[in-house]
Structure formats: C-alpha cells, structure tokens
Design a protein around this ligand. Structure first.
Ligand SMILES: Cc1cc2nc3c(=O)[nH]c(=O)nc-3n(C[C@H](O)[C@H](O)[C@H](O)COP(=O)(O)OP(=O)(O)OC[C@H]3O[C@@H](n4cnc5c(N)ncnc54)[C@H](O)[C@@H]3O)c2cc1C
Length: 313
C-alpha cells in the first residue's frame, strides 16, 4: 500500500501537461509514483516516476470509466492496492475518478490544490478561492484524489533512477458505452492569444444587446474583444474568445477588463499581461488586486465616454 498510482490524462497521443501536477503531489507526499498510461508514443518526463505501466488499449477505451476500473483491478491484482490513486481534475479525470470511487467504494477528494504534509490534510477551494476546505481521508484503505491543474508542478522531485516499465494486456473492453469522436472547437478566425490589445467583458455587461456596443468600442480602440466564462456560456461571444483556465491564456500589451470580478480561473488566463486596466463598480472586486490601473464605476458610462472621445479623435 505504499505506492501512488497516477492515472494519466492523454488526448490524441499528447501527454497533458497537467499530469505533472498529479505526479508533483506524489513527490510532495513522498510516495513512489507509478504512471498508468495507454500504450503509445507519449512524451513523458520519466525522471519523476518510479514506474510506468502501459496499458494495451486505445486512448478512447482508457477514457471509458467502465474499462478503467477493469484496468485498475488488474493492476491491484498484481501490485496490491495503492496508497492512493491520483487523477487530473479535468472533465475526463473527474469522471474516471468518481466512477472508480463508487466502484471500489473508497473515499474521494476532488479538485485538490494543496497538501499539508505534517497534518496529512488536502485542501480545495470554494467560491473562487474565498474559502478553503481541508479534508483527511478516513480509514487505512486506498483513497482517490483529483488534482487541480497548476497546483503541484513545483513539487516535482527527481527520482535519480530509470523507472520500471510494465505492459498490461488483455483488458476487458466490452462495455455498453462507445466513444464516438473528439469534437474540435469551432474556429472564429481570430486568435485572442496573438492580440496586443484585448478588451475583455464580463457578466457586468448585463445582456446580449450591450455586447455590440463593446464590439464597437473594441473596433475604435483597435482591440480584439474577449470575455470571461459567463459571457461565453451565455453565447454572447464564441468559445474561442474565452480567457481563463478553461479558455485561453493571453499576454497582450494591454488587457482592459470591464465588468469582470477577477475569479482565479479568469486571473490565471490574463495575469501576465503587460498592463491590466480594470473597470468595475465594486471597489472590493478581486480584479483590482491584479490591475495596474483601475476605474471604480459603471462600465457602460466608461464605455460611452471612451467612444465619445475616440470618435471625436
Ligand atoms: C472548472 C471551472 C473553470 C472555469 N474557467 C473559467 C475561465 O476559463 N474563465 C473565466 O472567466 N471563468 C472561468 N470560470 C468561472 C469563474 O469561476 C467565475 O465564475 C467567472 O470568471 C466570473 O465571471 P465574471 O467576472 O464575468 O462574473 P462575476 O463574477 O459575476 O463578476 C461580474 C462583475 O461585474 C461587476 N459589475 C456588474 N455590473 C457592473 C457595471 N455596470 N459596471 C461595472 N462593473 C459591473 C460586478 O461588480 C462583478 O465584479 C471557471 C469556473 C470553473 C468552476
């Protein structure tokens, strides 16, 4: 029970960078890390691992929770139960992890972003990092963690040895669920990651009718328009224009954020911009902690004033 089993997230033969956070957690906990990955040519940073277990199944099968528990059962039969199983906190990682927790009837802690080694506690955030909850798995058995991207990469610890390599074959893949295809996000032709000036709008925009007014302002500013997630979820702007952890990471010369509160998922995608200007009616809005310049006020009034000035030339 001393090893940690890290279930890799892969997509189209790419080893997702966020796996390094799962492995980093194992380093921090001082656990031997064994990486479970589909058979294929993946670019894995082997120096942080004690072992690699390659499973002879298609990637799509590896993403199937019913197949995954078959794989995990096979590993446990030959290696014994792991101390913990680590998954990424992505859509596919949480699906696999929660199914496995139910199947094996073991505790699960999701979206973990910190670990206190002395107390053996895991932390996760609520309400955009306003509150943190601490959890400790009870009992002596295996438990499952899903890891928030970006949380533990800095804890990676070199193992100074070649990891062992094992191939797992003959996994039962006959399930009632069939993977169809990966669906690519639609391309809008505009790449917000290349823009030098982004005008980013948030929920404070109010409604869809106002968006056209901000698009006009963006044009006058020679900026590209982008938005926070609610703006995309409400279909005010296409998905390709979303800034943040589940959108794009941007680094323009100027990032003008209007009606955006500054949730960490948004900040993570724009904090490295050269100059951040925030407009928000709430002086306590977290975005002001990251802004180089701030205007406390009604974004629509600021917009109209800017348009007036730019039109006057
Ligand atoms: C797994 C996950 C992934 C996520 N990924 C992303 C992501 O990629 N990108 C992202 O942005 N979010 C993401 N989120 C959502 C994120 O947590 C926040 O909910 C979101 O960023 C809030 O968007 P917002 O700032 O536009 O809205 P709100 O938080 O509602 O803020 C609106 C702001 O507008 C201000 N305001 C209102 N009216 C006016 C006005 N007239 N004038 C001036 N100011 C006004 C308010 O004071 C408020 O600060 C994610 C969440 C999860 C759980």
């Amino acid at each position: 029970m001393s090893y940690a089993l890290v279930v890799a997230e892969t997509r189209r033969n790419i080893f997702e960078e966020r796996n390094m956070d799962s492995i980093g957690l194992c380093s921090l906990m001082g656990k031997d890390a064994f990486l479970l990955i589909p058979f294929g040519d993946y670019n894995v940073n082997e120096q942080y691992l004690n072992g690699i277990i390659k499973v002879k199944v298609e990637e799509s099968m590896f993403l199937n929770p019913v197949v995954m528990v078959n794989i995990l059962e096979k590993i446990m039969a030959s290696h014994g139960k792991p101390y913990l199983m680590v998954f990424t906190n992505s859509a596919s990682g949480t699906e696999l992890a929660s199914y496995a927790a139910g199947y094996f009837n073991v505790p699960i802690i999701t979206d973990v972003s910190a670990y206190d080694k002395e107390r053996g506690t895991f932390s996760k955030s609520y309400y955009s990092d306003k509150i943190f909850g601490e959890f400790k798995p009870s009992g002596e058995g295996t438990f499952i963690i899903t890891v928030r991207s970006g949380s533990f990469k800095e804890n990676l610890c070199d193992r100074n040895a070649n990891p062992s390599l094992e191939i797992v074959e003959d996994v039962e893949t006959n399930t009632t669920r069939t993977f169809m295809e990966f669906v690519e996000e639609e391309k809008s032709g505009i790449d917000i990651t290349k823009a030098e000036f982004l005008l980013s709008i948030g929920r404070g925009t109010g409604n869809n009718e106002e968006v056209a007014e901000y698009e006009e302002l963006a044009k006058l500013l020679k900026a590209v328009i982008s938005g926070s997630r609610p703006v995309i979820d409400k279909l005010w702007l296409p998905k390709t224009h979303q800034v943040g952890t589940s959108g794009k990471t941007v680094k323009p010369k100027v990032y003008l954020a209007m009606g955006i509160s500054g949730a960490f998922q948004h900040i993570a995608g724009m904090k490295d911009s050269d100059c951040i200007i925030a407009v928000n009616k709430d002086p306590e809005a977290p975005i002001f902690q990251y802004a180089h310049y701030g205007i406390i006020g009604d974004m629509h009034k600021v917009r109209d004033k800017l348009k007036e000035m730019l039109k006057e030339g």
